[in-house]
Design a protein. Sequence first.
Lengths: 266, 384, 307
Amino acid sequence: MAVVRWFKRHFVVIAGLLTLGYLLLPNVIVTVFSFNKPKGRFNYEWQQFSLDAWKQPCGVADMCGSLSISLQIAVWATIGATVLGTMIAFALVRYRFRARGAVNSLIFLPMAMPEVVMAASLLTLFLNMGAQLGFYTILIAHIMFCLSFVVTAVKARVMSMDPRLEEAARDLYASPVQTFVRVTLPIAAPGIAAGALLSFALSFDDFIITNFNAGSTVTFPMFVWGSAQRGTPVQINVIGTAMFLVAVLLVLVSMAITNRRNKVKA
Amino acid sequence: MNTKDNSGDVRLSGISKTYDNGFTAVQPLDLTVPQGSFFALLGASGCGKTTTLRMIAGLEEPSSGTVHLGDQEVTNLPPYKRPVNTVFQSYALFPHLDIFENVAFGLRRRGIKSVKQQVVDMLDLVQLGEQARKKPHQLSGGQQQRVAVARALINHPKVLLLDEPLGALDLKLRRQMQLELKRIQTEVGITFVHVTHDQEEAMTMADTVAVMNAGRVEQLGSPADLYENPNTTFVANFLGTSNLIEAEVDSKSGDDIILKAGGGKLVLPEARCSAPTTTGGKVLVGVRPEKITLTHADDAGEIPENRNRITGKIADSSFIGVSTQYVIDSPVCPEFEVYAQNIDRDARLRPGADVVLHWNPAHTFGLDAAQDIDAGVDTEEEAA
Amino acid sequence: MAAVTEAPPLAPAPEKKPPRKRGRWTPYWLLLPGILWLIVFFALPMIYQGSTSIQTGSLEDGYKVTWHFSTYWDAVSEYWPQFLRSGLYAAAATILCLLLGYPLAYLIAFRAGRWRNLIMILVIAPFFTSFLIRTLAWKTILADSGPVVSVLNTLHVLDVTNWLGWTSGDRVLATPLAVVCGLTYNFLPFMVLPLYTSLERIDGRLHEAAGDLYAKPFTTFRKVTFPLSMPGVVSGTLLTFIPAAGDYVNAELLGSTDTRMIGNVIQTQFLRILDYPTAAALSFVLMAAILAMVTIYIRKSGTEDLV
C-alpha cells in the first residue's frame, strides 16, 4: 500500500527523529517541572503550576554556593586545560618528534577510561601523598581530563590549516613570533574556542571524578546528587533549564557571528 | 634597468638537498640567474625544481652549497630576512584577512606605517581595486592569483619566485595570466624565477630556461636554443617531440659528420653534435617532426641532393586542422613522426603509401647514444 | 620604466656559522607541561592504585604495602556478579545506542538539508545541561503512575519484560530496564557524534553510483554506506561501552540493590566502607579489562587517528 511505501522511504527520517525525541524528552521534563509545586520533598510528580522556584532561584540553602564553586573551578580548569592542550596540539601537528605513538595513546586514554577508574586512582594518589581534598584537588582532576578534549578540538582545526600560510608569512618578513601571533593563532582560534567551550562544559557538569576527590567541598552536580537522597528542590530544574537556554543562546550567537563575517563588507 | 646593477642576480653554488630519509631531491648544482631576466625552471614533478626554488626563498635549508643575492650571501638567513618574495602554488592567501590586509602584510611586518597609498596603487596595477575589502574565499581563482602576485610585488623584492602559480587556472585564464606576468616583469624589471612543468608556458614567458630532471639541470639556455639544439635525450623528448635515430659514425667531411643508418647516410653538422664522435662510435641522430618534408616515393627524384633522406611507409595519419600528423614505419626508426602544414594536401599520402622523408641537414642534432632513448617521453602522464 | 623604490635595508651580511637546525627542541617544550600533567595525574595514580590494592591496614593504623595479592582474589570472587552485570548492561546500552543513534547520525549527515545545524544544536545542547538533573528526569518519565508505564502495562509489554527478567512487578523504575534506559540516554551523543563524523565523510555520489549499478536502497546501505562508516561505528562503540561499564550514577538513581554495577561497588568501597585495598583492587581489574580492549583497538587501527 502507499502508506507502507511512504513509511519505508522515510524510515530513516522517522527513526532519526524518534531518537532525537528520546534525547530531548528529559530536557522537556526538566523545563516543565521547573514550574511545578511539589507536595513532598521530591519533584517527580506533577502537582500544580507555580512560578515560585523561578522567582527565588537561590532560595535553597547551599545551592547557589555550590553553583559558584562549580563556576570557579570550570573557569580555571578551562584556562589550564586550554593552554596545555593547545600547546600539545601544535606539537602534534606541526612537528616531528619521537614517541608520537606513546603521546597519542597517553592523550587518548583519559577519554576512553571509565570515570570511576580515574576517580579512584586519583584518590589513591592524593591519599598516599597526604594531600588535602578540596577545591584544588578537584581543579587538578578537571584539568587532567579536559586536556585530551582540548587537544582533539585544536588538532582537528590546525590539521585543516594550510601549512603554506605560515611559510607565506615568513616569506613576507614575519618573524616566527609574528607569524604565530598574526597568522597561526587567528586561524586556529575557532578550534581553540571549541576546545575551551567543551572543557568548560565537561568541568561544570562533572560528577564522578569530582565526587571522589572533593573532600568536603560541594560542587553543583554533587549538590544535585545529594538532593536525590535528601529531597530535590524545584530550583534544580530552574538551573537546569537556564543552563540549557544559555547553551542554545551561545551556539546561536556564535553561528550568527560566523554568518556575519562571511557577508561582504562595503 | 639603467646602471649595471647585479643586486638582483641569483647565484647558487654547489646547492644540494638531501632529506633525512636519504632521498636526494637536488644534486649539487651551480646556477646563475641574471638580474632582470625572466628565468624558468622546467621539469616534471619530483625533479627538484620546487625544492631549488624554496632554497632560494629560504623555506628549505640546503644540505650543501651557498645562495647569493647579488653580493649578499643569504644561505643562512631565514626567509623573513631575505629580500625575496614567493607566489605560492595554492596562493596561500591569509583567509582571516581581507585583500587589503593580505597585500599590506609584508609592508606592515617591515614596520611601514602608512601603507594605504602603496596598497591602492598595487591593487590597481593588478586590476583588483574594487575587491580590497573582500575576503579571499569570495574571489575567483584568477583573482586570488593576482592578489598573491600583488602581495609579493608590493615589497619590491630583488627576486620574485613563482611556484607553479598558474597550475590551478583553466586554459584561457592561464594564457591570459602568462602574458600578464610577462608584462609586469618587463615593466617592473625585477628578476623573476618561475617554476613550471608546462613546457609551453616556460617557452612563452622565459628568457632563459633550465630543464631539470632527477635533481640535475640537464640543459640551460634560451627557449629557442633548447628546442632547436637539445643536448640530452631528456630535453629532446620533454620539449616538444623528437625523432631519434640510432646511427654509427662513418667519417668526417669538413664541418660535417657522416653517419650510417639503416643502409643510408645522414649528414650532421659537428657543431650540433653533443656526443663524442669517433669513427665507428654510436650517435643518436635527432630531427624535429615539423622540419621534415614528406614526399611520395614516386616523386623521390625531385628531392634535392644535399638533403638527408629516409624511406618508409605511412602507418597512420591524423588531420589536426592546422597540420596533418603522420606516423611512418621506417627501417631506421619505428614510429617516425612528421608534422606537415596543410597548405596543399597530396592525396596519395595515405596509410600504406611508400614515402621518402627528407630534411635540411642543418636541422639535425646529435646526442650521446649511451643515454636512454625514451627519457622524458612519458613525463606528461606522470605529471598529471 | 617606473622608478623602483629600494626595499629598506635588511640584515647585514651574516656571520659564517653553520646553520643550526631550527627549532629542534620546540616540540618537546610544547609537549612538556601537558604531558607532565597527564603523567603525574593520570598515569602515576594508576600505579598508586596498584600499590594501594596490595596494601593492608586500616584507617587508624595506617596502610602499608604488604604485597597482599589475595585481596584481588577476594574482591573478584565476591563481586564477579557486579562485573558481569556491568558488562551486560553496558553491552545492552551500546547496542541500543547503535540502533537508535545510527538513524539519527544518518539523518543529520544525508537527509537534513537546511535543518542540519538546528538538529546538531539539539543533539549537543543537552550536553551542556547537568546530566544528573536530566537523569533524574527519567524518574519522572518512568514513574509508576506516569503515562509511559501505564501505556506499557496496557500493551502488556511489561508482562514480556517481566518474563525476560528486565523488569519486575508492574514497575520500570528500580529495574534493569530503567538502568539500561538511562545508560542509553546518557551515552547516545557519544555514539551519534563519531558516527556522524564518519558518515559525513562519505561522498554522496557513491550512493548514486550504487543505484546506477542496480542496487536497491537497502543494499546500497549494506554494501556501501555501512562498511564505509565502520571507523565511526568502532570508535562510537568504544566511547560508549567503556564509560558505560564503569558508570554508577544511572544504577544508583534509576536502579535498586539488585542492579548494582561494579561502579557502585567501587564507589561504596572507597567512599563509605573505606576499604581502600579492596576498592583499589576492583578498580584495577576494571582498568585492566578496559586497557586490554583499547590495546586491541590501537593495534588494529594505529595511533594517528586516535586523538
